[in-house]
Design a binder for this molecule. Structure first.
Ligand SMILES: Nc1ncnc2c1ncn2[C@@H]1O[C@H](COP(=O)(O)OP(=O)(O)OP(=O)(O)O)[C@@H](O)[C@H]1O
Ligand SMILES: [Mg+2]
Length: 242
């Protein structure tokens, strides 16, 4: 299965979601090899992975790959060969910084594309102006891709009602884009460990003696497991429709 997190708007949680779904229990139970692929020249995950290497943290089934070549063939061949050798591939796909062609190719290569988006008119218009035209082009070229694009409401209030978020996006999204029946709530816990090379599970162990942090991490882990399960079921649905 090939999953992509994409957004042309920066800072919506793509990299955080890519990392933590790759290390989720759901994905690790289901897949025997998991490739976490960063297509962002910014190299956020590359730096994060280097931190892990320095601390000698066990990657388990997850391998990391960074592809940022501006040469079309190198870029496309890189993605294809990683997907050949891994049962699950999770891509962190940037928007404008790599160029439209790269974004389009990576999104078209996915079985399921997740677009984390805040409930804000700013994010919505950025999406309609930048990413939606790329998605329309993909669907025009390959009509079977219709049904593979899902918005994930991001940074929602921790107490926000899932149904409310779902209905909100269903109302405003164009027909080719669905809303994932899951949310990625805002949790301060991500600010604490993201930069240090840990994933949520490792961070949970680190703070095991602190009750407040432990509760926060437990909630964040529940979010990630629910998101991972929902993505898998969407990916399977797309598979059945093909
Ligand atoms: N659910 C969350 N709640 C609160 N903060 C979060 C959450 N997810 C991520 N963050 C924080 O928000 C910031 C942006 O997240 P992240 O780097 O994952 O976004 P991105 O979409 O990959 O950004 P970029 O466009 O720069 O690549 C980071 O500081 C991260 O720690
Ligand atoms: Mg990022």
């Amino acid at each position: 299965m090939i999953i992509g997190f994409v957004q042309t708007k920066g800072g919506t949680g793509k990299s955080t979601l890519a990392v933590n779904t790759a290390f989720s229990e759901t994905m690790n139970r289901r897949f025997s090899s998991i490739a976490l692929v960063e297509l962002d020249p910014q190299g956020t995950l590359k730096g994060w992975w280097e931190e892990r290497d320095e601390m000698d943290l066990d990657p388990g089934k997850v391998s990391f790959h960074h592809i940022s070549s501006t040469q079309k063939e190198v870029f496309q061949q890189g993605i294809k060969s990683i997907s050949d050798y891994n049962e699950l591939m999770i891509m962190d796909i940037p928007g404008e910084s790599t160029g439209k062609l790269h974004t389009r190719f990576a999104c078209a290569f996915c079985d399921v594309v997740i677009i984390p988006m805040r409930m804000s008119t700013n994010d919505e218009s950025a999406f309609m102006n930048n990413l939606y035209p790329i998605i329309k082009e993909i669907i025009r070229a390959v009509p079977e891709k219709n049904g593979q694009f899902h918005v994930l409401p991001a940074f929602t209030h921790p107490l926000a009602n899932l149904r409310h978020c779902y209905d909100y996006f269903k109302d405003i999204l164009p027909p080719q884009i669905a809303c994932l029946p899951a949310v990625f709530p805002a949790r301060t816990v991500y600010e604490n460990f993201n930069r240090k090379g840990f994933n949520l599970n490792e961070y949970a162990k680190l703070v095991a003696s602190n009750k407040k942090y432990t509760q926060q991490v437990a909630k964040a882990r529940e979010d990630i497991e629910r998101i991972s399960q929902t993505i898998i079921s969407m990916g399977e649905k797309c598979d059945d429709n093909r």
